[in-house]
Design a binder for this molecule. Structure first.
Ligand code: MG
Length: 254
């Protein structure tokens, strides 16, 4: 299956009966050198607010970040949200997981390794640990080796690869499961699911909405994606959302 967005058709015009699920980093927001460095345009906040209203509240963020971080980034919005790749949901908190005791020693070892490679960011997300090498490409292989061996100390954990990042996280929950769960909740039920995402972790979401005759949209390029529609980059996603807000909430004048 082709995943070249120049060959994948853009998503169709939006409708009021959609439930729109949006990944954040690399989808709504351009990547930054560090996870804390991302910029959230004010216009995007405004468009998301208008679309949230236009979909009767059925607009959710679906991210690897913690819910608390999403709320801070998109303040003053407080959107329905899935965090930590599906481990957190707005309605359910952590999906039955607590961080194991061993996570502290693995985190300390990750920081010790990261300190040898300037630019590596070891992100403590409580129940998960993300290892970023965007600014330290030479660290990719050592970090992979470290993470693979750390799995021995963290039973029930798996590796979640992403763009210049590898994350140690509990197995068994993914963005697809979380989208399906949210689709069964008040406000999302009986709506047409649409998911826009860019990363490997988003493939579970694409498969979930495809199985429900929804719309899957890949941002950027990747081979073997399950997505059936494409947008070129986060700027194209924001422009598409702007147009969707204009179509569905034309009464809003700026
Ligand atoms: Mg992403």
């Amino acid at each position: 299956m082709s995943a070249d967005p120049s060959r994948l058709p853009p998503p169709p015009p939006p409708a009021h009966d959609w439930a729109l699920f949006l990944d954040v980093d690399g989808t709504l927001l351009d990547f930054a050198p560090s996870p804390d460095g991302v910029h959230v345009p004010a216009d995007l906040i405004d468009d998301l607010r208008r679309l949230h209203d236009a979909f009767g509240g059925a607009l959710a963020l679906v991210s690897g970040r913690r819910l608390e971080t999403l709320d801070a980034l998109f303040a003053p919005l407080w959107l329905p949200a899935i965090g930590l790749h599906g481990l957190q949901r707005r309605d359910g908190g952590f999906a039955g997981h607590e961080a194991p005791r061993e996570i502290a020693s693995v985190l300390a070892a990750a920081r010790a390794l990261g300190a040898k490679y300037p630019g590596v960011i070891v992100e403590d997300k409580g129940i998960t640990i993300a290892l970023h090498w965007r600014n330290a490409p030479a660290a990719e292989e050592p970090l992979h080796e470290f993470a693979s061996s750390a799995l021995i100390e963290l039973p029930g954990y798996c590796l979640q690869p992403g763009h210049d990042v590898l994350e140690l996280r509990p197995d068994g929950h993914d963005k697809g499961d979380a989208i399906i769960a949210l689709l069964q909740s008040e406000g999302f039920r009986n709506r047409y699911p649409v998911f826009i995402g860019d990363d490997l972790t988003d493939e579970h979401g694409f498969e979930a909405v495809n199985a429900r005759h929804g719309i899957s949209v890949l941002v950027g390029m990747r081979a073997n994606s399950a997505a059936r529609h494409g947008l070129h980059d986060p700027g194209a996603v924001r422009a598409w959302l702007r147009e969707a807000a204009r179509l569905l909430a034309p009464e809003a004048v700026r």
